[in-house]
Write a protein that binds this ligand. Sequence first.
Ligand SMILES: *Cc1c(COP(=O)(O)O)cnc(C)c1O
Length: 382
Amino acid sequence: MTPLHEATIDEDVLRPTHLSVDLGRLAANYRAIAAHAGRPVMPILKANAYGHGLVRVGQLMAELGAPYLGVAYLEEGIRLRRAGVDTPILVLGGILGDQIPKFIEHDLTLAASSLDKLDAIEQCAAAAGKRAKVHLKIDTGMERIGVHYYSAESLLEASLRDTHVEVEGIFSHFANADEPDLAHARLQLERFEEVLSFYDKRSLPTPMRHMANSAAVARLPESHLDLVRPGILLYGVYPSEHVPHTVPVEPALTWHSRVVYFKVVKPGHPVSYGSTWESDHLVRVVTVPVGYGDGYPRRMSGSAEVLLHGKRYPVVGRICMDQVMVNIEWDSAYNGDEVLLLGGDGANRLTVEELAAWAGTIPYEILTGINTRVPRVYVGDP
Ligand SMILES: *Cc1c(COP(=O)(O)O)cnc(C)c1O
């Protein structure tokens, strides 16, 4: 009998809608960031590697020699371990007590974000007869997880007493490094440095310090410290329009589909749910098998464009769950013709920034929103 997962893969290959992920580009982006920062790089792989595929991208980064990988959740770390990735992995997000044994079992590094959490880690590690690796998480102005910078000292002191916890790193996270004004980011960095002076004052070795996300990698070199943590930049996309393009990175994703239907639509015959669009003249309309159920946002209805034969055409009517309609006026197209939803070459290129603008969101949400229903195909030579 054919195992189920193989059948699924065969079917995936037949799906006209897929993402191609250029591993050569991702590798070049990783190297460009490493060269720019002059520091070790912790590639951030959360949310399915920003849509690019957690396992394959994780394997690639490990092959490229990344000293550390970063994910948001425990399950993401376990998936990488099960795929044979043995590089150190830091789980950046918050943890619950009952998850701690799993971290220890899979040799995943914990973010210790409070005294209580550190105590729980110490107890679990002692019970398992092992040492847990942690990075202390300091909140310098995000009010998310992490001990406040103004009360961090007790956490740092406790970590020195613990015997089953190895404090390998200490980190913080910027709230506004992608905004026009860097004043708050600089204040956060100052607060972090104040916390770090704890070690110098006691003549103790400072654990690995890290704070820089993509925006800070690009524009705040004083924040690079011992290691940088780029996410979106690794995928060739800048965090916002306010971040200068100081690192030569390029997008690695192309979202492909194909024409599955062709029809001529008369005036007075509106297209799609809600009948929100109709033409005042005879037009040719093609149907493409992609929709909001794939992460092609319905909010883009009325503004999205696609590329067909290297030319832009508008998506008309509402975006459906699994299909969209495209007005090609009186041009020609045939069943099977390639349609690009994102990516492309030269002047004819649809950027993730454009999709984000059409959907009223940010590039991060577009990339991470591309559903796992869309197969990822890996191309290019790392
Ligand atoms: C997501 C995340 C990053 C990477 O952010 P980008 O803006 O994509 O570079 C870095 N550090 C932490 C803690 C994060 O949650």
